[in-house]
Ligand binder design. Structure first.
Ligand SMILES: *Cc1c(COP(=O)(O)O)cnc(C)c1O
Length: 356
């Protein structure tokens, strides 16, 4: 039986995506060729890339608003440096909100390009909340934030208003909730958290913010070059892009982001209600900042861990241990995780309470 997969990433994808991907490896579009052996310049694959890029903009409500979608390689971690390379003016500075390990890694990369201001940080409290009281300098080249902190289980619910370009790492909550995406000038996301398999990174960028840094950018790191080549400057990650397209199609058929947001809220409410009700458990993130994607929680009494771990494994649950910097448990409830899987976890938590 298929596991209830709570892995933080790479993560669960819709079953139909696994099935259609498997089929395409054997025989893609009835071509009697595998998707793994065709040219990325073939008509069939160019159509995949075009549809994937268009569907991203459609689902985010950004069609016809001056944005371009790119499927790049190198992971979200490469965007940590591509962003300052492309956007930080040569003698300028950038503003960052430090809400977790990934935000911190982005800050480290930006520092080698110029003055990198951290407008606020929750590092001293082990990133258990989102700082809210800060000002963004009006002379920064851009403001960078992380919408969902995968490791610490916090999520930005309300984004600041500013006149400078807003850059957001949405790796672990892209396509999970409705937002006014036109408030962002550059969004990036590693596919493997909520969109597809590892190997490609989605970048959505408003074209008008590019070409202003005054830097000489190496071709592979230059967003404008990738846009000009329609996301095929070099061989793109063919298979991850195809599997991502299948996930985007699945999401569209389901009713888009509005529909999945309701399901995600139902899953998060079910689990957080149990964490708060059950005297054996406690959540680690500030309640108002809790992530709907990654729920982090602890056992109040560590000595119950061996029996709890045995119980959830026997219930067919996988991927529940927390990240080493938080400990305890992390339930990653990405788009493709069904509500039934959350019910299985809640049942195990209730059985543990009865047995102790
Ligand atoms: C996983 C993750 C990353 C790193 O992604 P890679 O594709 O492995 O580089 C960056 N940011 C966030 C928010 C993440 O969850």
């Amino acid at each position: 039986m298929k596991k209830h997969n709570y892995s933080a990433g790479p993560c669960i994808l819709p079953q139909e995506v696994f099935e259609k991907s498997a089929q395409a490896i054997l025989n893609f579009n009835n071509s009697d060729l595998s998707i793994l052996e065709i040219s990325h310049r073939s008509k069939d694959f160019v159509a995949v890339m075009d549809e994937a890029r268009a569907l991203v903009l459609e689902l985010l409500g950004l069609e016809g608003k001056g944005y371009q979608a790119l499927f790049l390689a190198g992971g979200a971690s490469l965007e940590f440096l591509m962003v300052p390379y492309n956007l930080m003016k040569i003698d300028g500075k950038a503003a960052y909100l430090d809400t977790g390990t990934w935000a911190n890694n982005a800050i480290k990369e930006a520092k080698s390009f110029g003055e990198t201001m951290v407008v606020a940080s929750s590092k001293e409290q082990n990133y258990n909340h989102i700082p809210k009281d800060y000002t963004i300098p009006a002379d920064a080249s851009y403001f960078h934030c992380t919408s969902n902190n995968t490791i610490f289980g916090t999520q930005i619910k309300s984004f600041p208003n500013t006149n400078i370009p807003v850059v957001c790492d949405m790796s672990s909550d892209i396509f999970s909730r409705t937002l006014d995406f036109s408030k962002f000038d550059l969004i990036y996301a590693g596919a493997q958290k909520n969109m597809g398999p590892a190997g490609t990174t989605l970048v959505v960028v408003k074209e008008e913010i590019l070409g202003k840094s005054g830097r000489n950018i190496p071709s592979m790191l230059d967003y404008e070059k990738h846009i000009k080549s329609e996301s095929m400057y070099n061989t793109p990650p063919v298979f991850p892009v195809y599997a991502s397209l299948l996930t985007l199609q699945w999401l569209k058929n389901l009713g888009g982001i509005t529909a999945i947001e309701k399901i995600n809220e139902a899953k998060a409410t079910l689990l957080y209600n149990e964490i708060d009700r059950n005297p054996l458990f406690k959540g680690t993130a500030a309640v108002e900042d809790r992530s709907t994607m990654n729920a982090t929680f602890l056992l109040n009494d560590e000595s119950h861990a061996p029996i709890f771990d045995k119980m959830w494994k026997e219930a067919g649950i996988s991927g529940l241990p927390g990240h080493r910097s938080v400990g305890g448990y992390r339930a990653s409830m990405y788009n493709a995780l069904p509500l039934e899987s959350v019910q299985v976890l809640v049942d195990v938590m209730q059985t543990l309470e009865k047995n102790i």
